[in-house]
Design a protein around this ligand. Structure first.
Ligand SMILES: Nc1ncnc2c1ncn2[C@@H]1O[C@H](COP(=O)(O)OP(=O)(O)O)[C@@H](O)[C@H]1O
Ligand code: SF4
Ligand SMILES: [Mg+2]
Length: 320
């Protein structure tokens, strides 16, 4: 199957520091893929590289290709990227205000998103489509509102409507509900999943919350120290993690039982550019030996695998 997104050997640097290294992955049409890892692992930089939105002093090398776009995205100029963003590729950030124009009515912003990319025949059709889109995210009465008149959860739903306005092939969400009240998180997550499923859009979903990945995603990529250390179907990775970092993340999450004290991964995530060579996790890993000073090779396939010299034993699925 041809992927919607193909990232190959993505490396992101700032001056002499390497922030993301040799990251390769694909997302299939309609597939929902999670990207997890502690804060500072390189998740947002990976997403921003795909979007062409890295800060000026940060550089990306490698390759990013998107189905339906006949050019390489990395290094494409702003004129070309502005045709891709909001059309083939859209993103929802943690903070909705960054994506909204504070001086424009919400309905006009959604209509404008379609007019810019010529996906509707005219202004009247754009208005009608905006009404419909905002209805789908359960905001029927906000057309004439300005962003500051809405709650955080309502704003994030407007951003979602904007992101989905042109039926993008891929939606990227970076911690989209982290800044919201717990009570509205579940609703926004549900609307995201429904929005991409209705359009057969693929989803790349970034979060540090494993329980959210378990409900939203089919496959997961585990990132640490700017590298993907493990990937696979969510149920396999979460029930039988092989990389010692993934194992630690899952043990420290509340996925399993809520009534015991959770073990934490020892130590802290090193600062940018301060990860050890060889296995990036070896300064925190209880299983590290001398060989871990050399980079562990990838075991398995592109869709299910890990890079660890001393992996956790594979467990049989619970019902086998
Ligand atoms: N513009 C920048 N200049 C220097 N370092 C940066 C910049 N942006 C991010 N970093 C560093 O790169 C690392 C990865 O960042 P990020 O992708 O935001 O991680 P995550 O999203 O997984 O929390 C962090 O250590 C962060 O401090
Ligand atoms: S390669 Fe070594 S240090 Fe890295 S996670 Fe595996 S056992 Fe730990
Ligand atoms: Mg981030």
């Amino acid at each position: 199957m041809n992927s919607v997104l193909a990232v190959e050997d993505l490396t992101v640097t700032v001056r002499d520091k390497t922030l993301v290294q040799d990251v390769s992955f694909t997302v299939d049409p309609g597939e929902r893929v999670g990207l997890i890892g502690e804060s500072g692992s390189g998740k947002s930089l990976t997403a921003l590289s795909v979007m062409g939105l890295l800060p000026e002093d940060v550089h990306a090398a490698g390759s990013v290709r998107l189905a339906g776009v006949d050019h390489e995205l990395l290094g494409a100029d702003e004129r070309r990227m502005s045709r891709v963003r909001g059309r083939h590729l859209a993103m929802v950030f943690q903070e909705p205000m960054t994506a909204l124009n504070p001086t424009m009515r919400v309905g006009d912003q959604v209509a404008e998103a379609m007019l810019i990319h010529d996906t509707v025949p005219g202004r009247r059709a754009a208005r009608a489509a905006a009404v419909e889109l905002l209805g789908r995210v359960q905001l029927p009465d906000v057309l004439r509102a300005y962003p500051h008149q809405l709650s955080g959860g309502q704003r994030q739903r407007v951003v979602l409507a904007l992101a989905l306005a042109n039926d993008p092939a891929l939606l990227i969400c970076d911690e989209p509900t982290t800044a919201l009240d717990v009570t509205v998180q579940a609703m926004v997550l549900d609307l995201i999943v429904r929005g991409v499923t209705d359009r057969s859009s693929a989803l790349l979903f970034i979060t540090h919350d494993l329980a959210v990945v378990a409900t939203v995603c089919q496959r997961v990529l585990v990132m640490y120290g700017g590298r993907i250390v493990e990937s696979g179907p969510v149920n396999e990775v979460f029930t039988s993690p092989r990389h010692r970092y993934t194992q630690g993340l899952i043990a420290a999450s509340d996925l399993e039982s809520a009534d015991r004290r959770l073990p934490t991964i020892p130590g802290n995530v090193p600062a940018a550019g301060q990860f050890p060579d060889g296995c990036v996790f070896r300064t925190r890993c209880a299983h590290a030996t001398d060989i871990c000073a050399t980079a562990p090779p990838w075991s398995g396939t592109a869709s299910r695998g890990f890079a660890c010299h001393h992996p956790a034993p594979a467990l049989e699925p619970a019902d086998a």
